[in-house]
Design a protein around this ligand. Structure first.
Ligand code: ATP
Ligand code: MG
Length: 384
């Protein structure tokens, strides 16, 4: 049996634990908010300090990028932290992330780092409008972001950014990444795994639909090979630069036939949850295989599959389970507005069959909790 200690005790650690059990991999989680070691499925607490838990584990890993640096230092010093702390920090700080993308030679939106009002105006002059302004630290699910469309709004937005930066309580200096607004055709992501030898496997590109800045639906359909290859090259370049071990996700903007990297996530990713039912090996299992030095599993798409996030809702009509190839994954979390509570995976043998089932599924999901999902189902059905 192998023991993996995961930094972070949320749904991603939970799904790793569920995927690891058949391989005799035991996953424990370190909750960085409460500084406790817990079982990620039962939430049972263990009387272990971080140092004890790290010493006891064969491998230390992570389910998110916002891990306090002192905690990362303990993990890194163990010599068994995968992915490494450089990769986690690049995912948690947009300044380091942008430098990484440039160093790896992968296309990304034009940007400037902004800490002062003068730099803010210099960024507007250099990049033009519209701009997306993102806090360098602690950004997720569209939080800590501003859109600047018109010059007359600049003063008000700067005032807001300044108070945000002053209010921030970080051990590190906060800053803003000012980014050119990309008029993308769609958003896609690539989830893949790299092992210690440098072998990589990637899943098919996933199309992502956000509602109010949060991922709502991911679609994994058979796609175009040129685009997949372009994404794979960028994945390999970024993963090699980081000497990455584990599952890594790249989010892209697609503009015509070209991909620009939006951001990276040094972990299993929400847009890869469909792999639980749509791929030979799910992303959680492949992450554990990679960090434990086991052979990587096939990432083949076995059937068209999509995922619908359940946000801020702890009830779904059980009738959804009567749909063929429909699976519910709850995270066992308390209900809170907007919170990621679970997801639904739906598959079909063909895209047409999946689309048909999606229309039926969407009628069982109330529009106030699942905004725009019904429209997405109709759109997919019309596209086939
Ligand atoms: P998440 O954690 O959900 O991935 P996040 O807070 O880390 O989100 P981003 O992924 O950078 O933030 O941005 C959230 C969304 O805002 C993107 O998925 C995209 O829809 C939009 N967005 C971000 N940057 C740009 C840009 N430069 N041009 C156009 N749209 C953008
Ligand atoms: Mg994102």
């Amino acid at each position: 049996m192998k023991k993996v200690l995961v930094m972070g005790a949320g749904q991603l650690a939970r799904m790793m634990a569920l995927a690891g059990a058949p391989l005799n991999i035991q996953v424990l989680a370190y909750d960085v908010n409460t500084n406790t070691v817990v079982h990620p499925v039962t939430q049972q607490k263990f009387a272990l300090t971080l140092a004890e838990a790290v010493a006891d584990a064969d491998v230390v890993s992570s389910e998110f990028e916002h891990i306090p640096y002192p905690v990362q230092d303990v993990c890194e010093a163990s010599g068994k932290f995968f992915p490494n702390s450089t990769a986690i920090k690049a995912g948690g700080d947009r300044r380091q992330e942008k430098q990484l993308l440039d160093a790896a030679g992968v296309a990304n939106a034009g940007y400037r780092i902004v800490s002062t009002e003068a730099e803010f105006h210099a960024a507007i002059a250099a990049l033009g409008l519209p701009l997306v302004l993102k806090s360098a630290l602690a950004g997720y699910d569209g939080k800590g972001q501003w859109r600047l469309k018109h010059h007359e709004d600049a003063a008000a937005i700067w005032a807001d950014i300044e108070s945000f930066m002053q209010g921030a309580n970080h051990a590190l200096p906060q800053a803003i990444v000012a980014e050119q607004f990309v008029r993308f055709d769609r958003e896609v992501s690539l989830v893949g795994a790299r092992n210690a030898k440098g072998d990589t496997v990637v899943y098919p590109l996933t199309e992502n639909h956000h509602v109010n800045g949060v991922l709502a639906v991911s679609l994994a359909l058979p796609g175009r090979q040129e685009l997949q290859q372009q994404a794979k090259q960028m994945f390999d370049a970024v993963a090699a630069k980081l000497d990455y071990v584990g599952v890594l996700a790249l989010e892209f903007f697609q503009v015509g036939d070209k991909l620009l990297v939006n951001e990276i996530a040094p972990r299993v990713h929400n847009s890869g949850h469909w792999t639980q039912q749509g791929s030979d090996t799910c992303q959680f299992e492949n992450h554990l295989r990679a960090v434990c030095g086991l052979p990587l599993g096939s990432t083949a798409l076995v059937r068209p599959t999509l995922m619908v996030n359940i946000l801020g809702e702890d009830y779904v009509d059980p009738a959804v389970l009567a749909l063929p190839s429909c699976h519910l994954h709850w995270y066992g979390k308390g209900k809170r507005a907007g919170r990621k509570m679970g997801h639904i995976n739906l598959s079909g043998e063909t895209v047409a069959e999946l689309a048909e089932r999606f229309v039926v599924l969407s009628k069982l999901l109330p529009a106030q909790s699942f905004p725009e999902v019904a429209d997405m189902a109709v759109k997919l059905a019309k596209s086939v």
